[in-house]
Design a protein around this ligand. Structure first.
Ligand SMILES: *Cc1c(COP(=O)(O)O)cnc(C)c1O
Length: 341
């Protein structure tokens, strides 16, 4: 057993998801590309709420919360935050109070993840329209969470805030563990996987994959497709998060991030939430070819990148798209415009 495997086996973890998530081939995509061995790992089917990557992170983050005797969990994000929906789902399952802080004003009709948060019984606070860019709005949200945490403590509660969109040292353990899961799954199902592709937002998924892959002896080549920042910024965020994870596990990461994975920023277009022509088309193409939903912010850009690199021959060999979910937000992404037929 590798030290990471040993460490993870004893790590505090709250069971929230259904593991392993399925892996299967994308037969029609393979035919279209003219290459064999194109896989998808269904982390959109993690078994809680509408599924998604953050179930993996929350298993470790909420274990930390419970160790601190928390009874009220705070999370913050944009209105369609997948994290908020999954925190609300996890709190329901664990019998904890959930308080969410979201951007903007309450919309006249709640759709997508906002609707799900309501169905899940979460308490939602809106910070109002500040007109500022997301990098400033996130500080406004965090300040509001702080205030609400103080109120919670003052009335005898035990608050715990999920920080930085779950991109934390504990959160990254989820995807370090996913590498282990994928290795076992490839062994059991006789899959000779070489490349894995995942999105980079804040970099929590990426940090976990890169750290886990390195500590397990590089079973895969990790490709991170940025959906938000330029490669240098995302790389720095990944390194930062890995440093936090090392503090927790005590297992050193002795590599430079750019040498332990490929961080690719060529497919992000205008950045977070800004569709590209290709990513918009991919939402429809993928649904219609494979019967699987991806959405515009995270997952479609990764598929565009992976398929482009396979098509051009820049990457070759069995490859797997890690589908990180986001299905709840899809319902809100066509409010103003129906997709082309
Ligand atoms: C949050 C999220 C990600 C990105 O995660 P980071 O750890 O912030 O890079 C990817 N896909 C979906 C669907 C998400 O909700």
């Amino acid at each position: 057993m590798k030290p990471l495997e040993q460490w993870l086996a004893q790590a505090p973890r709250v069971p929230l998801g259904t593991w392993p998530t399925p892996i299967h081939r994308l037969a029609r995509i393979e035919r279209q590309l003219g290459c064999e061995g194109v896989y998808i790992k269904r982390d959109d089917m993690t078994g809680l709420g509408l599924g998604g990557n953050k179930v993996r992170s929350l298993e470790f983050i909420l274990a930390d919360a419970l160790a601190q005797r928390a009874d009220t969990i705070f999370a913050a994000g944009p209105q369609q935050s997948n994290l908020c929906m999954l925190v609300a789902s996890a709190c329901a399952k664990l019998g904890l109070r959930c308080v969410l802080v979201c951007n903007g004003d309450p919309p006249p009709t709640e759709t997508g993840n906002l609707l799900l948060n309501r169905l899940l019984g979460a308490e939602v606070h809106f910070i109002g329209h500040t007109g500022e860019p997301e990098c400033i709005v996130r500080d406004v949200r965090a300040a509001r969470v702080n205030e609400l945490e103080l109120e919670c403590s003052a009335s005898g509660g035990h608050p715990y805030a999920v920080k930085n969109g779950a991109t934390t040292g504990h959160g990254a353990l989820g995807y370090a563990n996913a590498v282990l899961e994928l290795c076992a799954q490839c062994g059991a199902e006789n899959i000779a996987l070489r490349h894995i592709f995942a999105p980079g937002g804040n970099g929590g998924v990426a940090a976990g994959l890169v750290y886990g892959n390195a500590l397990l002896g590089f079973p895969f080549e990790v490709h991170i497709i940025s959906v938000e920042d330029d490669a240098a910024t995302l790389t720095a965020n990944i390194a930062n998060t890995i440093a936090q994870t090392v503090e927790i596990t005590g297992l050193a990461f002795e590599y430079e991030v750019p040498r332990a994975c490929r961080v690719i920023d060529a497919y992000r277009g205008g950045g977070w939430g800004c569709n590209t022509q290709e990513s918009e088309a991919m939402v429809l193409q993928f649904a219609r070819m494979e019967g699987v939903f991806v959405e515009n912010i995270y997952t479609s850009k990764v598929l565009v990148g992976m398929l482009d690199l396979l098509r051009s021959g820049a990457v070759s060999g069995p490859s797997c798209f890690i589908h990180t979910g986001g299905t709840g937000s899809l319902f809100s992404q066509y409010e103003h415009k129906a997709p082309e037929a």
